[in-house]
Design a protein around this ligand. Structure first.
Ligand SMILES: Cc1cc2nc3c(=O)[nH]c(=O)nc-3n(C[C@H](O)[C@H](O)[C@H](O)COP(=O)(O)OP(=O)(O)OC[C@H]3O[C@@H](n4cnc5c(N)ncnc54)[C@H](O)[C@@H]3O)c2cc1C
Length: 501
């Protein structure tokens, strides 16, 4: 094997690449990130996070700091051409993840925070102004060639590469990985800015199912607002970004004398999933692996999930506590999960963003008769991998994070470990060598105190539940036999105890 400079090279210093560096540092791996730009991308794309994403920020120790510069998304509406409200949903709630279910923010704020975490972490660094021009596997390692803004070339050798180089990923192209398309591509004008002394829409997020020009409204922290407008045939790209056009397109909601835009950009919204997410030692993550029309605000959330899924596996393999084959479950688990969101967003776009008046009228009638059809989608299960989903549909799903009576969030106790929550009786009925191995294992936390376990067991609907380090449910059990079977699938216990029988 080549001499290794770092455990992981991360390509791309966008939000996913930066969070990868931060999470790798927390897991004790060394890493270098290469970002071709010299400065952080100044303008926002993502504006919404869910509770699961906040939990990833909690792991990095910045969730509370970040929360201060966010606002809860309190309500969501779908309205039609005539301004009739088809659906109104209250979305302000403390959810199962121990954080608000929906929050709004300004993307540069979170990127700045993540870069601070990387700067203050040992063993990782982000090098800006360094463009990756070649990535090749050589003799059990990956050699990454970069060119700096000064023209200097450099090679870095790593055990693994995380390619978080965005929707146009050159790494993906270099590896010959093609993608599957979902829905229709559409061009949208995205306008960000401050609205002062004007009310805007009353709901915090409004999907405007206006067939003459589908649009979206979002209220962000402070005086910030975002509107997005679908481009229609015949639009003049120069005129459409003018203040007068924005006032006209927003139907006067963003009047030119009350709204100051700090960004007007045209994006192509597209649904894509890379056909392969792994090529040997190279893993695609974030927009390099998946892009979705931003209807449910899940693109970056999905990228953060990629990193949550991958880093604990890399950490176990790196420390010799799991076989390298554990890394195969990254693609099998995450691709299915991300595909669900891309497909759901692409389908919703077809319905809400129709430009056909007849289809829009039928849609309106359907939504009014079946309001439940517009309920927010619930988080899907992981694809096949390291969990008991084949036997029990409660496994492979995101587990809850209880807030304990003293206000402590449970992840702050469990940290980056497997969590076994059960009753003392069930735990004591396990074979002695297994319960001893569990108690000795530095990668497992066993909780038997009902003050800590009751919410977990109630949510699981079982006498035992095991969470993985990324908070997904490894398995649930009511009997010692089932619990033993699930526990023996924890990779770190594989050698510690003889298999049953
Ligand atoms: C209008 C809009 C609204 C959105 N709203 C939401 C939302 O509300 N919630 C949500 O979760 N998501 C949302 N998204 C999606 C979200 O913005 C993206 O998923 C996220 O920004 C992707 O992050 P990334 O780090 O994967 O990619 P990027 O942010 O694209 O970063 C990739 C980085 O890699 C660098 N790079 C590329 N090639 C190289 C190379 N060869 N060498 C070195 N560096 C390289 C690039 O310069 C770039 O900095 C939205 C997207 C859009 C367009």
């Amino acid at each position: 094997m080549e001499a290794i400079d770092v455990d992981v090279v991360v390509i791309g210093g966008g939000p996913v690449g930066t969070v990868a560096l931060a999470q790798l540092a927390g897991a004790g791996l060394t890493a270098i990130g290469f970002e071709q730009e010299t400065d952080m991308w100044p303008t926002a794309r993502a504006v919404h996070f869910d509770g699961e994403t906040m939990r990833a920020l909690q792991r990095l120790g910045v969730a509370e700091q970040f929360q201060e510069i966010t606002v809860p998304m309190r309500s969501v509406e779908i309205i039609n051409e005539t301004g009739e409200v088809l659906v109104h949903a209250n979305t302000e709630r403390l959810g199962s993840q121990g954080w608000m279910d929906h929050i709004s923010f300004h993307q540069p704020d979170i990127e700045r925070l993540l870069r601070e975490v990387v700067k203050n972490s040992d063993g990782v660094e982000l090098r800006s102004g360094q463009r990756v021009v070649d990535v090749r596997e050589v003799d059990g390692a990956v050699v990454v060639r970069t060119v700096g803004v000064d023209g200097q070339e450099h090679e870095t050798t790593a055990r693994w590469v995380i390619a978080a180089d965005g929707a146009r990923s050159e790494t993906r192209a270099r590896l010959g990985i093609t993608g599957s398309k979902f829905g229709e591509d559409a061009q949208w004008l995205v306008v960000d800015g401050h609205l002062i002394d004007a009310p805007g829409y009353s709901a915090d997020m409004v999907q405007l199912g206006t067939f003459k020009r589908p649009a979206l409204w979002l209220r962000l922290p402070g005086t910030r607002v975002r509107m997005e407008f679908m481009l229609m045939p015949g639009d003049d790209p120069e005129e459409i970004v003018s203040s007068e056009a924005i006032e006209r397109l927003s139907r006067g909601v963003l009047p030119a004398d009350k709204f100051s835009a700090d960004r007007r950009a045209i994006y192509t919204f597209r649904g894509r999933i890379a056909d392969r997410w792994r090529d040997g030692r190279i893993f695609l993550a974030g927009d390099a692996a998946h892009t979705a029309p931003p209807l449910f605000g899940q693109g970056l959330c999905a990228g953060m999930r990629d990193i949550e899924n991958l880093v604990w596996k890399m950490s176990l393999v790196h420390r010799g506590r799991a076989d390298e084959s554990l890394l195969d479950t990254y693609e099998s688990e995450r691709k299915a999960h991300a595909t669900y969101w891309v497909e759901t967003a692409a389908n919703q776009a077809v319905i809400i963003q129709t430009t056909d008046p007849e289809v829009a009228a039928q849609r309106d009638e359907f939504i009014k008769a079946h309001p439940e059809s517009s309920a927010e989608p619930s988080s899907p299960s992981l694809g096949p991998g390291l969990h008991d989903g084949e036997h029990d549909e409660r496994a492979g799903r995101l587990g809850i994070q209880p807030i304990l009576a003293d206000g402590v969030r449970l992840d702050d106790i469990v940290r980056r470990k497997f969590l076994v929550a059960t009753t003392r009786n069930l735990f004591e009925s396990l074979p002695k060598e297994l319960s001893n191995a569990l108690e000795r294992d530095g990668d497992v936390v066993v909780l038997l105190d009902p003050a800590k376990t009751s919410q977990l067991l109630e949510a699981a609907g079982a006498a035992a539940v095991v969470h993985r380090p990324d908070h997904y449910v490894l398995g649930v059990a009511d009997s010692a036999t089932d619990l033993e079977r699930i526990l023996r699938s924890i990779p770190t216990l594989a050698d510690a105890v003889a298999p049953a029988h």
